[in-house]
Ligand binder design. Structure first.
Ligand code: FE2
Length: 145
């Protein structure tokens, strides 16, 4: 038996130093914890459907925020490869959640444990690596005026 999920706790290592990004990441951390609590109470298909729908909507909104910052600061021009990797990770997350939602609709729902393990791992990895690199780039640009 895997250990039960521990709530995610915001950690200074997660901070990118870019306010808009960090605020939304904190909301995402909170959203995943809330999803875990809600799914522990009710893991019905309807509930899974609602939770994954809300989560996807917020994730897409958040990706748009980061991607407009990339545009604003010329990330693609300066770091084409890194920008492409970043966008691909956002797309791959969205596709995965869409596939999970299709599974739910098709009567083949993901288990809450599996869903939360995917979400936790993806978010923390993405924040600690890909978003940190974007944050460092934006801060450098901001400092350069
Ligand atoms: Fe990102």
């Amino acid at each position: 038996m895997p250990a039960p999920r521990e709530p995610l706790v915001w950690n200074e290592r997660y901070a990118t130093g870019v306010e808009a990004i960090d605020e939304q990441h904190m909301i995402l951390v909170h959203t995943l914890n809330e999803a875990a609590t809600k799914l522990a109470e009710d893991a019905s298909v309807e509930h899974l459907d609602r939770i994954t729908q809300d989560l996807l909507a917020y994730a897409l909104y958040h990706f748009e925020t980061e991607e407009s910052l990339m545009q604003e600061y010329g990330y693609e021009e300066s770091s084409a490869e890194e920008a492409a990797i970043h966008l691909a990770q956002h797309r791959s997350f969205s596709s995965k959640v869409v596939a999970v939602r299709e599974g739910i609709k098709a009567g083949n729902p993901i288990t809450p444990d599996e869903l939360l393990a995917f979400l936790d791992n993806w978010l923390i990895n993405h924040i600690l690596n890909t978003d940190q690199r974007l944050g460092a780039f934006i801060r450098e640009r901001q400092a350069a005026g």
